[in-house]
Design a binder for this molecule. Sequence first.
Ligand SMILES: *[C@@H]1O[C@H](CO)[C@@H](O)[C@H](O)[C@H]1NC(C)=O
Ligand SMILES: *[C@@H]1O[C@H](CO)[C@@H](O)[C@H](O)[C@H]1NC(C)=O
Length: 393
Amino acid sequence: MAPLAPIFKKAYLTVLFLTSFYILVLVALTNPWLQRHAIYVHKVQAWWQDMNKPEQFGFAKNQITPFNFSTPDGETIYAWHVMPLGLYAKHESEILQQPSGCAEDITKTKAFSLLREDPDSRLIINFHGNAGTVSQAWRTDSYRALSDGSTSNIHILAIDYRGFGYSTGFPTEDGVITDGVAAVNWAMQVAKVPSDRIVILGQSLGTGVTAGVVERFAKQGIDFAGIVLVAGFTSMPDLLPEYSIGGFLPVLSPFKHHATLKRYVMSYIVDTWESAARLANTVRLSKKIRLFIIHAKDDNDIPWTQSEALFAAAANATTNGGMDVALFRKMKARSTTDMGDGAFISTWKASENKIIREEIVSYGHHSRILTYAPVALAALKAFGLDEGGVLPL
Ligand SMILES: *[C@@H]1O[C@H](CO)[C@@H](O)[C@H](O)[C@H]1NC(C)=O
Ligand SMILES: *[C@@H]1O[C@H](CO)[C@@H](O)[C@H](O)[C@H]1NC(C)=O
């Protein structure tokens, strides 16, 4: 056999080494504990920041009340209550006199009583994506985008799931959904905000949490003012072959085009996050639903086509027995408005009470979109604070 030229031998060894390393990592990830670390990335956070000092993130002193609540299975969940700045301005001197830091009893704070006592106050419950905390990256800017404005009465409740930030425990799909349900129960039972003044908003992994939470409430006959899903996905096994870490590392894309191999590898996923099925179920169970599905075309982490599929699943669930793809496409085309630059809005109005809206925007990437107008506008529409005309919803 002719000896390989040294340069080819080197390249060959490098490829062999990288391939073996890749396979080794995949095998390691069949371990549920490692896999959950890889999916939730809950230990990656800016540990040098003190989340009990929200001024670090540009909020007014005591505009945010950090506090803990408990889940039925005994975890302590760390949360932020963010009050709208205009409301803060009206009560500034009283709020400034309150103790700062993580509240021993949030129900004794002025911010809390302003949320509970005002019959017009509204609440967005925010479920963030994987990695980091309530205070990470675009998240803090997004709270301002959603609630600021001199006349806003929109409060935000943001939580860190178990295992994230200062919360106790270790994340699993079931556990994280339990945390989300506990947050909603806190809002309805402790803060006494009725569900028709609550919007549930999730981004990325948080859309999975949202789908899981709203389905559980739909089963009890409880509907919300609105559900907003930003940069969502249909299920973890569907997503992973398409997902790029940080927008550039497509970890599982080698399996994208081999159906059998893909199914085999994906069968090792422990937390499958079946959002499309859960949303469809929620649509069927709800008496009233306003579902907003928003995704940016330039999202390099999760392709926007995932939101297309979420919309199809939710719309399909408004029909008896479902409709075939050709009919769906025809009906969707009829209710789609071109917004220019490749952006569009499709509004599926099954009835006055069941409206599903897909908005594909041109800009916003994967996370920054949270701070962009379409997301805040969706919340305003869900709360009925819009004109209710032009484009239906
Ligand atoms: C909130 O919970 C965390 C985690 O258990 C704990 O370290 C912290 O002291 C709690 N804060 C208050 C004010 O209870
Ligand atoms: C709707 O659901 C039916 C029954 O599950 C399925 O056969 C059909 O392909 C679905 N249509 C769309 C557009 O997803």
